[in-house]
Design a protein around this ligand. Sequence first.
Ligand code: NI
Length: 211
Amino acid sequence: VRSRLVRFGTRNSGTTPALEPLMQAIRTNYPKADFSAIEQAYVVAERAHRGQLRKSGDPYITHPLAVTTILAELGMDTTTLVAALLHDTVEDCGVTVATLEAHFGTGVAAGVLALSKDPALPRDQAMPDSLRRIQLQPREVWLVKLADRVTNLQPPPSHWKAAKIAAYRDEATTIVEALGAASSYLEGRLRTKIAAYPPAPAPAAPAASST
Ligand code: NI
């Protein structure tokens, strides 16, 4: 499998337009990053999430890219950036921790495992359990989870009932209280978003002129 992955890796960043804003943020804030590893992680994540969509209708890969870009702007290291790109691949795509460990090392694999909810647990226990496991990881892993929820606190889908919206906001509060100590900057960003959640819906698109 390694050779198959290596084939997708390329030293020529810029061949993947979707990746370019992230690469630019890394060049600015952490120029000694292993750009080859980051591109390889992007390729694995993009393939794993291919066909999945965000609630917004965007391809799913836009989410890990957004999370990783927040962390790149904070100057995070290669292990953290790679883990951020891959953070939903175990929970959502069935990529195994062993695969991540073989290709990206134990730090990435352990971080992604902690960030993944245990599917054997009841729904209400899975998040607290994940947060406890994240707290056993280096602070950089805490930052991935904080950036994940900053990215995820978007206007809720119209079919969400008030109770579900409130539960999602409360879950975000649980996250910021468990992990906010790792970054006052991300804690502040997340608390600001929680205070404004749910945000006002985006203005409706102008009605088409033809009726
Ligand atoms: Ni996520």
